[in-house]
Write a protein of this length. Sequence first.
Length: 308
Amino acid sequence: MAFDEGLSFPSAMLALMASSETIQQRRGYADLSEVRLHYVEAGDGPLVVLLHGFPEFWVSWRHQIPVLAAAGFRVVAPDMRGYNLSSRPTEVAAYDADRLAVDVRDLINERGADRALLAGHDWGAAVAWAAAMNHPEAVERLAILNVPHPRRLFHGLRDPRQLAKSWYIFALQVPWPSEHVGRGVLRWFRHAFEHDARSGAFSPEDIESYVEAWSQPGAATAMFNYYRAAFRQPPKRIEARIRRVEAPTLVIWGEHDRYLRSDLAEPGRADVPNLKGVVRLPEASHWVQHDEPERVSELLVQFFSDVT
């Protein structure tokens, strides 16, 4: 399945990218029902919310924020709970997907909107799936980057090939002594960016901004707790929580993902009846919006602008 895989409006995108250089970004905090989320905001127009994954923060979307703002959207990219400058609850249960989905709904409302165009990558995509399932009234359109639909992932983890790719999920279940971001953890995070992603996708300055975010007190434990909360759900409950996603949905998938099999990309039609397409980027890694920032920006602008 494809979603306009040709470059449909390159001249318009070049103009957007040029105008995006003058976009002003605003920083703020949203006090929600359970947590306080730090966010970056830019532009005016229909609300777009961008959710980062593990082990990132709002900077994950640094290339897409100005382009979407230049295209006429108001873009909000939060630090997810537990990350960077946002609240870091201490209990594992605080990182349950349902509670993370409430954060998304509450953030949309706090920013003065009833609905938003929602995009997520990695864990941000998992939370975006949950938000679209649990709070359909709040999600107008859904863009998913390199995370399968929950049912596809649930069944995929029964395959030894996917289990081998997901080794780190099991490693993170064990509490690490003091769980500060020591040299070993920093090396692991940096290796993912510097060796998995396309060469040059992360500049030295980018890496330093990530190191600063990872070094916030309690940040490592909070990030790991996403995996721990997910792992503690019994299988029957996991499947019982899956609901149809009615929002029009686009999947963007970097084919060189070393953590997820590419055959997990396309969700079932019964679960996502309004799937608009799966765009596969053959040269991109799991870090797809970093590897191909212009193409991902183009796809998001096109998808979010299509209100038909």
